[in-house]
Design a protein around this ligand. Structure first.
Ligand code: HEC
Length: 148
């Protein structure tokens, strides 16, 4: 086996046994975010309300809202930007039209890497819900774990 494929195999093996209880921001999620997201969602990126206010300008620079810390990222899971992380990262499997979210592509350079990283986010979030806040039940919300 090539080393790259071997490392995916190890990750997959680890993920197979992963549950919301053992995937944490510090251990598994931050390294992925640092490597794959912060070039556009880093410390220089705006807070979400500021991004929304001047969206065209940020988009012209290819910069999205800030998501490089635990506190920033969980904003896009339960509330207030409910389900945004899940809708954007989903590979389409959770949708009727099977269309992946537009940030799924950044989860890896290959489909194997994307498919290895997605279950980590799913396990970290807990209840992987693509719904907007109004459609979310209290149980859906309580299922969001986002361990630090
Ligand atoms: C090449 C730049 C780039 C990379 C890399 C990137 N993003 Fe994005 N992202 C953007 C831009 C620009 C937007 C705003 C435009 C849009 O909504 O699509 C965005 C929007 C988002 C949103 C939606 C925020 C909202 O408006 O609700 C989420 C969630 C997100 N990104 C997550 C991620 C995650 C997680 C990663 C890493 C796996 C990532 N992105 C990697 C550029 C990027």
């Amino acid at each position: 086996m090539k080393p790259l494929i071997l490392s995916f195999a190890i990750v997959l093996a680890a993920v197979a046994g992963a549950s919301a209880a053992d995937v944490t921001w510090s251990q598994q999620i931050k390294p992925i975010v640092d490597a794959r997201c912060t070039s556009c969602h880093g410390a220089d990126a705006p807070e979400y309300p500021a991004f929304k206010k001047a969206k065209e300008g940020w988009l012209a620079k290819g910069i999205g809202p800030r998501m490089d810390t635990y506190s920033h990222l969980i904003y896009y899971t339960g509330w207030p930007d409910t389900g945004a992380l899940m809708r954007r990262l989903d590979d389409g499997a959770s949708r009727d039209d099977k269309k992946p979210g537009n940030m799924y592509q950044y989860l890896g350079d290959s489909e194997a890497e994307r498919q290895a990283n997605l279950p980590l986010f799913k396990a970290w979030v807990g209840s992987w819900n693509l719904k907007k806040f109004d459609a979310l039940t209290k149980d859906d919300l309580a299922g969001i774990k986002v361990a630090y």
